[in-house]
Each structure stands twice: as C-alpha cells, then as structure tokens.
Write a protein that binds this ligand. Structure first.
Ligand SMILES: Cc1cc2nc3c(=O)[nH]c(=O)nc-3n(C[C@H](O)[C@H](O)[C@H](O)COP(=O)(O)O)c2cc1C
Length: 186
C-alpha cells in the first residue's frame, strides 16, 4: 500500500516535515510512505493556468498524479494564526479544482500537526479536516497533535520522543486499516 505524505511547511528544519519523515520509518509492514517535497514549486492558484490555451504547470500535474496514484495520504500541517498555512491550502486548491474534478475524491487521509506551542496545531487540523472533506476526501477519525515540537526531535530532525512515535505508529496503522481492513488485520 502506498501512502503519500505531504508536509505543509517549506522550512528546511520543519518539525512537520520531520514528522512526515518519521512516518516513512514507522509505517506498518507493507505500507510504503513516500514524501512529497515539491510544495514550493506550485504557483499561486490561478484557474487561467489550468484551462483554455494554457498548459497546466508541470508541478501541478505532478501533484495531482501523485495524489491520485497513492492509496492514502498523510498530511501534516503547521498552525499559522490558528489555521493551515497558505502554501498547504494552495496545494489543496490546485489538487481539487472543481472544473476538473478533485484528486482527493474518496481518498483516505490521516492528518497530523506539530507546533512549538502547547496545542499541537489542533485548530489547523480541524480546518484541514473540514477543507479535505469539502474536497471529497475521507479523513479518518482522530488528530495527531504534537505540541512543544522543539522538544520532540533531536538536532538531526529525528523523532526522539517514544510517546509521539507510538502515537504516530498507531495513527498510520489506523490509516492502513481503513484502506485495507482485511489485509492489515491478517
Ligand atoms: C506566521 C506564523 C503564525 C503562527 N501561528 C501559530 C498558531 O496559531 N498556533 C501555534 O501553535 N503556532 C503558531 N506558529 C508557530 C509554529 O507552530 C511554529 O513556527 C512551527 O514550528 C511551524 O512548523 P514547522 O516547524 O513545521 O515549520 C506560527 C508561526 C508563524 C510563522
């Protein structure tokens, strides 16, 4: 089973990207997590670039294909001013443009979020759930809030908190079970 992980942060030392990377290691057997790393290549959403004479930007075509090819998604969001970052919303808007059909339709999705503050991007995750639901995605139950993120990762950006690792492992197992209930249970 293929899971595409998307981090909503462009920062090189992003805790959210570090959490998405940790998912590559902690995924259950048979689940392969691939990290999407091209968020910064997406232009600001513009419907004119996507229809008529225009050739849809290569980065947008690639994003849509990678979402559509994946069996499930794992989307990890920072919280900016109580919501999801603009760059993540921009990617979601490109991949769900209404005039061409949404790449998220019926896609099973787990969400998570890391912040340096004490609430672990819980508002951003609530907004992300709402937005993805409107785009036709099936967001599994449960958030994964990682608070005090600067304390959970070591200097190399490796997840160093066993409790968070355990929660992440369980979250990914729940995602896999939603997609392939029988195969994963066996
Ligand atoms: C513009 C901006 C707004 C922020 N707003 C919030 C917020 O509303 N809630 C919160 O917990 N953290 C907030 N933060 C702190 C981020 O959670 C913190 O910078 C986090 O490390 C960003 O994620 P990253 O490490 O993946 O880049 C904000 C940071 C920025 C730059």
């Amino acid at each position: 089973m293929k899971v595409l992980a998307i981090s909503g942060s462009l920062r090189a030392e992003s805790y959210n990207t570090a959490l998405a990377r940790a998912a590559v290691e902690l995924a259950p057997e048979g689940v392969f997590v691939d990290l999407y790393e091209d968020l910064a290549l997406l232009p600001p959403y513009d419907q004119d670039l996507d229809e008529g004479e225009s050739e849809t930007p290569r980065a947008v075509v690639d994003l849509r294909e990678r979402i559509e090819e994946a069996d499930a998604l794992f989307i990890v969001t920072p919280e900016y001013n109580g919501s999801i970052p603009g760059v993540l919303k921009n990617a979601i808007d490109w991949a769900s443009a209404r005039h061409r059909g949404s790449s998220f339709k019926n896609k099973t999705i787990a969400i998570a979020g890391a912040t340096t503050g004490q609430y672990g991007a819980i508002w951003a995750q609530q907004d992300l759930r709402k937005v993805l639901g409107i785009c036709g995605g099936r967001v599994i139950e449960g958030e994964l809030p990682v608070s005090g993120a600067q304390l959970r990762f070591d200097a190399r950006g490796e997840l160093a908190d066993p409790m968070v690792a355990e929660r992440l492992r369980a979250h990914l197992a729940a995602l896999a079970a939603e997609v392939e209930p029988v195969a994963i249970a066996a």
